[in-house]
Write a new protein. Structure first.
Length: 138
């Protein structure tokens, strides 16, 4: 009986480790890691539009959007900053911006919200919304 329990625990630990190593890290974290509310506020108030990705490590739809966000971050680097906010680490920010579902994407410029999108979506739809928001931000 003890061997079965140990085997189960080992298997569970391996599965959790695999999930953590493949999906918990946001691809833009290396470039734009949110260190706290002051840094996020500086991005939101800047003249350059910022796409804020409100997510959580446990959120499967959030993880499905990570490759697209990395692509957006690279493609629009000159006109858009992409940052990530883990709502479990910063619940006050989720409350402040009324984030009710994950993922939620918001584009800000000079402190004003110019786009809000909830949930995962297709690449084409997401890019079209971003381009519309960037045109509106000019």
């Amino acid at each position: 009986m003890k061997i079965k329990i140990y085997f189960f625990l080992l298997l569970a630990a391996l599965v959790l480790n695999q999930c953590h190593s493949t999906g918990s890290r946001h691809p833009t974290e290396e470039k734009n890691n949110i260190l706290g509310p002051e840094l996020l506020n500086a991005y939101i108030e800047s003249d350059k539009p910022v796409l804020v990705d409100f997510n959580a490590t446990w959120c499967a739809p959030c993880r499905t959007m990570h490759p697209l966000l990395a692509e957006v971050s690279n493609t629009y680097a000159s006109s858009l900053t992409v940052v990530s906010v883990d709502v479990d680490e910063y619940p006050d920010w989720a409350d402040k911006y009324k984030v009710r579902s994950l993922p939620t994407f918001m584009i800000f410029k000079k402190g004003k919200t110019i786009l809000t999108h909830e949930g995962s979506t297709s690449k084409e739809d997401f890019i079209a919304k971003i381009e519309t928001a960037l045109q509106a931000a000019q």
